[in-house]
Design a protein around this ligand. Structure first.
Ligand SMILES: Cc1cc2nc3c(=O)[nH]c(=O)nc-3n(C[C@H](O)[C@H](O)[C@H](O)COP(=O)(O)O)c2cc1C
Length: 199
């Protein structure tokens, strides 16, 4: 469990920026790049949505049989990158650390807040697998709509959350003439430190 005044400052600053970004007109303020590595060391990156950020870490939800999930099973380490172009002079937040699954209760609670179409989609999509033709996905959607007709949709067992537990948080503030400000918070030997980096 991460603790200490410096870590709390990093988390509080990121939370304040997330709130500011949501109010700044950014079209997707919670969209972030998620980079993962497979067992052979090959890196993949894609966008996911940040659903929670607090002292425990950064949470996103996905299909636990997807490519990213297989990569995280082989190598439970990830890097996240958020970018808010319209906020102040542009802000980037980087978060890195080990990855753990959220609890079943936490995943259930979040799944229950999703729109019904998205819940059905979570059942229907075999994320990252070959889709022979679009009609095959449509058929699966129809199948699960029928299966859950007039019922609430439970969370699929293959769908849930992942939490990136930070050992690094860097906040990058865009400045004139590319002389950006980089504030890096990092856990070194169990102690959180803060330093500036050359841009
Ligand atoms: C704006 C945006 C938000 C996305 N949010 C998510 C998300 O929260 N979870 C998710 O699994 N995929 C999300 N995706 C789709 C992923 O980028 C990706 O295509 C998918 O997760 C499969 O990745 P994988 O095959 O590497 O596992 C999002 C895509 C975009 C463009």
């Amino acid at each position: 469990m991460n603790t200490g005044a410096m870590y709390q400052e990093a988390v509080a600053t990121t939370q304040a920026l997330l709130t500011e970004a949501a109010q700044s007109g950014e079209p997707e303020p919670t969209a972030m790049t998620l980079a993962t590595v497979d067992a052979q060391g090959r890196v993949s990156a894609r966008i996911v949505l940040l659903k929670q950020f607090d002292e425990r870490g950064a949470v996103f939800y996905t299909n636990c049989e997807s490519d990213k999930a297989a990569q995280l099973a082989a190598h439970p380490q990830a890097a996240l990158c958020l970018h808010w172009k319209m906020l102040r002079g542009g802000i980037q937040v980087r978060v890195e650390g080990r990855v753990e699954r959220t609890s079943a209760a936490e995943s259930d609670a979040y799944f229950a807040t999703r729109p019904r179409d998205s819940q059905i989609g979570a059942w229907a999509s075999l994320q990252s697998q070959t889709l022979p033709a679009r009609i095959d996905l449509d058929a699966r959607i129809a199948q699960f709509e029928h299966q859950f007709a007039a019922k609430s949709v439970p969370r699929p067992p293959h769908w849930g959350g992942y939490r990136v537990v930070p050992d690094l948080i860097e906040i990058w503030y865009g400045q004139r003439a590319r002389l950006h400000e980089r504030v890096r918070y990092e856990c070194v030997d169990g102690l959180w430190t803060k330093r500036l980096l050359y841009p």
